[in-house]
Ligand binder design. Structure first.
Ligand code: SAH
Ligand code: SF4
Ligand code: F3S
Length: 467
């Protein structure tokens, strides 16, 4: 039985105090911030916290990067092209800084947790003042005060895995919200850098999660997405007194919450109890993002995924039997070291067999420090590219097939956005099972629930009309 460490309330009180002091100085100056986020929902959620602190410290959000007084990049390092892209982005800000010496530039997120990275970047980019990692968000006001006083600092603390509650947040969407249920990851999939940069897996207390959802619901939020690298292992370390299925039950009756989503699910921990919770709880959505990574048992073993193709398929089969309208999405890596043509074809046949609603597909990208990067049987880039192309073609066909089953489907949609296409305004939004539909309507319906019937499909999307 493990017990988690929490950042003491007194420490957070001090940070709120510093933010209040900064507010008195910053607000009259009308300063603005711009935060650009890369990577997954974890980073999106972290950016909300940083924006929350900036707001508490008196800044307001700028509508565009060029006019902001504080620019922050929240970085991802799960694949390698991210680093090159970030260097380009940061380099390009030098001109803005020259034109406006008061501009503050910061970099945070997963990439800053990589060994030596924060110090390296602080040295390389004299126009950057603030660099910080993912485990020190609760110290943001203090860090901000230091850079406003003219310091240049890099703050990372990889060993710190204390959970911080009571931080502010600034969200974009009035109806949907991300809620962390756990941080970090202990799975050490052989290709993945996340456990090295995000630290040990730790679960928030059920009461803290529920309190956050209650507050969001009071604020008008109706759709919650519970976040973790592997939500199905929630509480498995014994620290919270409940497992993921219990947590779903515990939060599902918060008044006002119509839809509960969760991601990601790791196939090794998605048990019968979770399946029953999905089937029985009326507001838990019938969608599971269930990354398979490969359809070949040898590759899965070398990836350290701890399940087989057969086990994966049995989860799909059991869930479909219990929840007929359930949809699955997945993540797939092609060209993992040692992946033979036959092994790749096993992935293709699995994709054919399952019929995912959508798949996020990636060419394997070696990450320094991971087990797979050290292997000698790396696959040539050209082969990875060919396999990725073949897989994407197959999934595109499967998406069309999946879409065609929706002709005539009627269901409730939460309107997420609107596309002006010539004279027509097309709204779009998702059914509870994550399928997206486009339909004509007026922008006033944004963020409302409407009932939509699917009338036709075109390649990637469903088209429908309100009824
Ligand atoms: N925790 C989630 C995944 C987070 S990373 C899970 O296990 O489901 C998101 C996706 O990026 C992974 O599912 C994987 O498909 C992909 N990915 C991770 N490391 C990668 C690498 N080194 N090269 C290519 N894709 C990678
Ligand atoms: Fe990475 Fe595996 Fe953890 Fe997902 S479960 S974050 S792929 S190590
Ligand atoms: Fe990237 Fe960090 Fe997420 S490495 S995928 S932003 S956890």
């Amino acid at each position: 039985m493990k017990s988690n460490v929490f950042v003491p309330q007194e420490e957070l009180d001090i940070q709120h105090q510093i933010a209040a002091e900064l507010f008195r100085e910053i607000r009259p100056r009308g300063l603005t911030f711009y935060v650009e986020t890369f990577g997954c929902q974890m980073n999106v959620r972290d950016s909300e916290t940083v924006k929350g602190w900036l707001t508490e410290a008196g800044y307001s959000e700028a509508s565009e990067k060029d006019s902001a007084d504080f620019i922050l990049f929240n970085t991802c390092c799960v694949r390698d092209h991210a680093e090159k892209r970030l260097m380009g982005n940061i380099g390009a800000l030098k001109e803005l800084k020259d034109a406006n010496p008061g501009l503050l530039i910061g970099i945070c997120g997963c990439m800053m947790q990589q060994e030596g990275m924060a110090k390296k970047l602080l040295k390389r980019f004299p126009h950057v003042s603030l660099i910080f990692g993912t485990n020190v968000l609760h110290k943001f006001p203090e860090m901000l005060r230091d850079v406003l006083n003219g310091d240049r600092i890099a703050v990372t603390d990889r060993a710190n895995d204390a959970i911080a509650e009571d931080m502010p947040k600034l969200r974009d969407n009035p109806r949907t919200a991300f809620v962390n249920i756990m941080y970090g990851c202990d799975n050490y999939c052989a290709y993945c850098i996340v456990p090295y940069v995000r630290g040990r897996e730790r679960s928030r207390k059920p009461e803290d999660i529920r309190d956050e959802i209650v507050a969001l619901a009071k604020d008008g939020v109706t759709e919650i997405t519970l976040l973790g690298q592997n939500v199905n292992s929630y509480g498995n370390d014994g620290s919270t007194g409940m497992h993921f299925a219990d947590l779903l039950r515990y939060v599902s009756d918060v008044p006002g919450v119509k839809r509960i989503r969760f991601m990601s699910s790791h196939p090794k921990d998605l048990n019968e109890d979770v399946m029953r919770a999905i089937a029985e709880l009326p507001n838990v959505c019938h969608h599971v993002h269930l990354p398979v990574q490969s359809g070949n048992n040898e590759v899965l073993k070398r990836m350290n995924r701890k399940y087989t193709r057969e086990h994966y398929l049995s989860i799909i089969e059991r869930l479909r039997a219990m929840v007929p309208d359930i949809e699955f999405t997945t993540d797939i890596i092609v060209g993992f070291p040692g992946e033979t043509e036959e092994a790749f074809l096993d992935t293709m046949s699995l994709v054919e067999e399952v019929g995912f609603a959508a798949a996020f597909t990636f060419a394997y990208s070696p990450r320094v420090g991971t087990v797979a990067a050290k292997r000698e049987d790396q696959i040539p880039e050209s082969v990875k590219k060919q396999r990725l192309h073949a897989l994407n073609e197959l999934q595109a066909r499967k998406t069309v097939e999946n879409n065609e089953t929706y002709i005539g489907h009627i269901g409730e949609v939460l309107v997420e956005g609107c596309d002006e296409r010539g004279a027509d305004t097309m709204l779009y939004g998702k059914y509870q099972n994550f399928k997206m539909v486009y339909f004509p309507g007026c922008p006033e319906l944004l963020n409302r629930y409407v009932t939509v019937k699917v009338t036709k499909t075109n390649k990637n999307s469903l088209l429908g009309e309100m009824i």
